[in-house]
Design a protein around this ligand. Structure first.
Ligand SMILES: C[S@@+](CC[C@H](N)C(=O)[O-])C[C@H]1O[C@@H](n2cnc3c(N)ncnc32)[C@H](O)[C@@H]1O
Length: 321
């Protein structure tokens, strides 16, 4: 068992006023226990499901299964055949804000896409005509592309651009923009992985600034009346609630939207409707999520929009499916 660092203890004190809650949080990070493996079905499930599953929780979509601990879905032949994608249930929690959209969605841009879990969730759920999955770090493109190939994700386009370039080239273009932001990755500890320095104030501050920059650029992409989904796998308030509050101040046209099924997960650290999953709840390693709506209406001169597909062609796609 790794001892809790001073910085982890300090974070736990900030997050949990009750000492027993604090202790459970610390234990989830210093004595990590396995979580149920989770899969996202990209095709119809075979009639004879090959895995033992956990009972679904109330809001769990049909295309998600939580498996019993000990199942190894990544080693099953159906995985290689692209029937499903393996992910942490916290990822499902974070992207589940999309379940509350009640409008048809034509276009989705995933600004921070690799290895592809949130893009694939959006593709299965929303079936957009345009899915653009962007990954700025070149060496992370391979994983994204191979997951899209394996799971037959199409139509989809993979880009490799900084968010500032996306903002410049595709302003007000997209119904749903996903920002699963790079973060301190504090929840990696709950998966038993090392992540030195992830609670240090300098690391947290650096990440929060990067998140603000990516969000500010991503906000430019959202069509009038479209949606911006922000999520991280960090626990620090600076990377989550404070970034969200900053966005609303900077871009008051973005209204945070209530997500009814996530009400039980309402964050205690903000007055905004935003949601947290913690590792001691035993569903996944932890996540933060919030959904914003761009309340701007389309300008009269905007009625003829250049189709996203033709704009994207000029951005040198890395792959098109
Ligand atoms: C949390 S991961 C995304 C996981 C992915 N959405 C999924 O569900 O599989 C964050 C991603 O942001 C990328 N990233 C790093 N720096 C970035 C930046 N400055 N702008 C945009 N994305 C960045 C990372 O390479 C990483 O792929």
């Amino acid at each position: 068992m790794a001892p809790a660092s001073k910085l982890l203890v300090k974070l736990s004190q900030k997050l949990f006023p009750v000492p027993s809650d604090r202790q459970q949080f610390i234990e989830a990070l210093t004595q990590p226990q396995p979580f149920s493996p989770c899969i996202l079905w990209c095709r119809s499930k075979p009639s004879d499901t090959p895995f033992s599953t956990e009972p679904p929780i109330a809001w769990q979509p049909d295309f998600i299964d939580r498996l019993q601990i000990g199942e190894k879905p990544g080693q099953h032949p159906l995985h290689q055949q692209g029937y499903f994608y393996c992910l942490d249930f916290s990822s499902v929690f974070a992207i589940s804000t999309l379940l509350s959209l009640d409008v048809p969605v034509q276009s989705v841009i995933d600004v921070c896409a690799s290895p592809g879990g949130k893009s694939i969730f959006a593709w299965v759920l929303l079936q957009p005509s345009y899915l653009i999955s962007n990954e700025v770090i070149g060496k992370r493109l391979g994983a994204l592309i191979s997951n899209f190939k394996r799971c037959h994700v199409q139509p989809a386009t993979v880009l490799n651009l900084d968010s500032s370039l996306l903002a410049e080239q595709l302003p007000r273009s997209t119904d749903v923009v996903l920002v699963d932001a790079p973060c301190t990755g504090q929840s990696l500890l709950a998966k038993g992985l090392n992540n030195p320095g992830c609670f240090h104030p300098v690391t947290i501050n650096k990440n929060a600034n990067r998140q603000k920059r990516i969000l500010a650029n991503s906000a430019q992409l959202v069509a009038p009346q479209g949606y911006l989904a922000y999520m991280t796998c960090a626990y620090s308030i600076e990377e989550n609630e404070q970034v969200s509050e900053w966005l609303v101040q900077q871009f008051p046209q973005f209204a945070p939207i209530d997500v009814p099924h996530l009400q039980p997960y309402q964050s205690r650290y903000s007055h905004l409707p935003c949601y947290r999953m913690f590792p001691q709840e035993r569903l996944g390693a932890g996540a933060f999520t919030i959904l914003f709506k761009n309340t701007h209406l389309r300008e009269p001169q905007e009625t003829v929009i250049q189709p996203l597909a033709s704009l994207v062609k000029n951005l040198r796609p890395i792959a098109t499916f």
